[in-house]
Write a protein that binds this ligand. Structure first.
Ligand SMILES: Nc1ncnc2c1ncn2[C@@H]1O[C@H](COP(=O)(O)OP(=O)(O)OP(=O)(O)O)[C@@H](O)[C@H]1O
Ligand SMILES: [Mg+2]
Length: 263
């Protein structure tokens, strides 16, 4: 079984168990009105669990894919008699990230705000790009990085890195035959703006509005789940920021702008 299918099956099992548990507990109720109300609350809880599960599966898949690629790279370096230390460091960093996402599973269900602290943008953006560098290079995508030092925002470093990863992978997915990716940031008064521009397949104007809905994938055949942008918007809203996507149309590339409150 493919790892992705295994994780989805696991999520489905857990959801099934939750359903069975909730149903079993609810059955003795006789008061119809109360039961309806309870049922609604229960359905809402299940929907949250389902969304949380899908979100977690989606997010953990990315560091795991990077780990696989980087381990293979380390092997090639070793075969040539080289020193694979850099690749091994990257593997353990990405594994840490996967563990953090899993430990933080309840963030998706908790109404509690994220722990926001002042974060310097340049190193955060640079490490997000660096983690995916092999994939861009293998794809024939040239990357440029234009983030001045000293831009500080109020954010949760790990969640912002998650958002950046989602957006960079979308750009990568949009450039199957290579292209150019530009990652830039600037201060804009009380906020900061991060811009990710790609020269990829672009987006039809009519599709733009619905892209942040869960499961709104245009890449179902390639294994897309349509959760990336949904997770990204959820995280940005918790930051009091936003993420917006625009494109001149099919074949004309895409620009994504992330807005964040300045620290
Ligand atoms: N940079 C981009 N260029 C072109 N289309 C994009 C870009 N970013 C997003 N899209 C479109 O928006 C859709 C939704 O993106 P989203 O990240 O939510 O899901 P996905 O990439 O399809 O699947 P996954 O869950 O694996 O991320 C994509 O399927 C794609 O059609
Ligand atoms: Mg995506």
């Amino acid at each position: 079984m493919e790892p992705k299918h295994f994780l989805l099956a696991l999520a489905a099992l857990a959801l099934g168990a939750a359903l069975g548990h909730a149903y079993g507990r609810r059955r003795p109720r006789t008061d119809a009105a109360l039961a309806d109300e309870e049922r609604l609350a229960w359905l809402q809880r299940l929907s949250t669990i389902g969304q949380m599960m899908s979100g977690v599966v989606h997010e953990v898949r990315t560091p795991l894919a990077t780990i696989i690629l980087t381990a293979e790279h380390a092997q090639r370096v070793l075969d040539k008699g080289g020193d694979p230390r850099a690749q091994l460091t990257a593997v353990s960093r990405e594994a840490d990230r996967a563990v953090e996402i899993l430990s933080d599973i309840l963030d998706f269900a908790k109404p509690a705000p994220l722990d926001l602290k002042p974060v310097e943008l340049a190193p955060l953006l640079s490490s997000s790009l660096e983690a995916l560098k092999i994939r861009f290079t293998e794809r024939g995508v040239d990357t440029s990085f234009d983030v001045p030092a000293g831009i500080r925002v109020k954010g949760s470093e790990r969640h912002l890195q998650q958002v950046l990863t989602v957006l960079l992978i979308n750009a990568l997915d949009a450039m199957p035959f290579g292209g150019r990716l530009a990652l830039a940031a600037e201060s804009a008064g009380a906020s900061a703006r991060v811009t990710i521009t790609d020269t990829g397949v672009g987006i039809e104007p009519a599709r733009l509005k619905g892209l942040f809905e869960p499961f709104a994938t245009g890449r179902a055949e390639q294994g897309g789940t349509g959760l990336g942008l949904n997770v990204a918007r959820w995280i940005m809203n918790k930051h009091g920021g936003d993420v917006a996507i625009s494109s001149e149309g099919i074949g004309k590339g895409t620009t994504v702008v992330v807005t964040l409150p300045a620290a």
